[in-house]
Design a protein around this ligand. Structure first.
Ligand code: FES
Length: 235
C-alpha cells in the first residue's frame, strides 16, 4: 500500500490514516483506538444495526455508525465527545435491558463495552424472553441473551454458506430463528460453530460449557408456534 493511497483524518484530535476501503472503526482499531462495537466483527461484512459505534463528524448533524462510514481526507471525527459517549451508553443500556444478568456471559463483548463505558444496569424493562433451547448436541441456544446483531446469521450465511439462521418477524418482535423456527437440534445446522464464535453475548455457546439444565429442556426456537413453510407453487 502506497502512502499516497492512505486517507488521513482526525480522530479525537489525533491524525490517523485509513487504507482505501477501511471504515472509520477499522482505521481507528488499526491505529490502536477502539470504539464500542457489537454488530461489527473482523472478517464479517459490516451491517450497522446496533449503533454502539456511533461517532460525531464535524459539520454533520446526525451521529454516524463508524463501522459503516468511510473516512474522507481531513474529516474530523469524535468518538469520545460527550454527545458520542452519551449515545453509545444509551445504546448499550438499551441492549443490556434485553439480556437478563443470568443469561449474559460474564466475559462477553457486551459486558466488556458496558464495563468500559460505565453502564452498570439498565433503566429499561426487558422484553418477554424466550426459553433456552438445548436440543443441539454441540450448541446451547439462549436467545434471552440475543441482541439481534446478526453476526451469527452473517457467519452462517456469508462465511459458511449454510443459511440455517435467519431473522423472523419485525420490529420489537424480531428474533433469530433456525430454519423455519425449528429447535436448533432438528434444524439443518451442521454444527460448524461459526455462529458461536461470532456471538458477542453468549446467546450461542458450546453446549459443553453450559452445565445447568434449562427448563423446559427443549423448546421451539424463538416463538411458541412454528413458522409454517409456504406451500409449493403449483406448476
Ligand atoms: Fe457499528 Fe453495530 S458496530 S452499528
Amino acid at each position: 500500500m502506497k502512502a499516497d493511497d492512505m486517507i488521513r483524518f482526525e480522530l479525537d484530535g489525533r491524525e490517523i490514516d485509513a487504507a482505501p476501503g477501511e471504515s472509520i472503526l477499522q482505521a481507528a482499531r488499526r491505529a490502536g483506538t477502539d470504539i464500542p462495537h457489537l454488530c461489527y466483527t473482523d472478517g464479517l461484512r459490516a451491517d450497522g444495526n446496533c449503533r454502539a459505534c456511533v461517532v460525531e463528524i464535524d459539520g454533520e448533524r446526525v451521529l454516524a455508525p463508524s463501522c459503516c462510514r468511510a473516512p474522507k481526507p481531513g474529516m474530523k471525527v469524535k468518538a469520545e465527545s460527550e454527545r458520542a459517549r452519551a449515545s453509545q451508553r444509551m445504546v448499550l443500556e438499551l441492549l443490556r435491558a434485553d439480556v437478563p444478568a443470568e443469561a449474559e456471559k460474564a466475559d462477553s463483548e457486551l459486558a466488556h463495552w458496558c464495563d468500559e463505558l460505565g453502564v452498570k444496569e439498565s433503566r429499561f424493562a426487558p422484553r418477554e424472553q424466550p426459553a433456552a433451547d438445548r436440543s443441539h448436541p454441540g450448541i446451547a441456544v439462549n436467545l434471552a441473551a440475543c441482541i439481534q446483531c446478526t453476526r451469527c446469521l452473517r457467519a452462517c450465511r456469508e462465511e459458511q454458506v449454510n443459511d440455517v439462521i435467519g431473522l423472523a418477524r419485525r420490529g420489537a418482535d424480531t428474533a433469530i430463528v433456525f430454519d423455519f423456527n425449528d429447535p436448533m437440534g432438528t434444524s439443518s445446522c451442521v454444527g460448524c460453530g461459526e455462529c458461536v464464535q461470532a456471538c458477542p453475548t453468549g446467546a450461542l455457546l458450546p453446549a459443553a460449557l453450559v452445565t445447568a439444565a434449562p427448563e423446559p429442556a427443549v423448546v421451539l426456537g424463538a416463538f411458541a408456534e412454528p413458522i409454517t413453510a409456504p406451500a409449493p407453487v403449483a406448476e
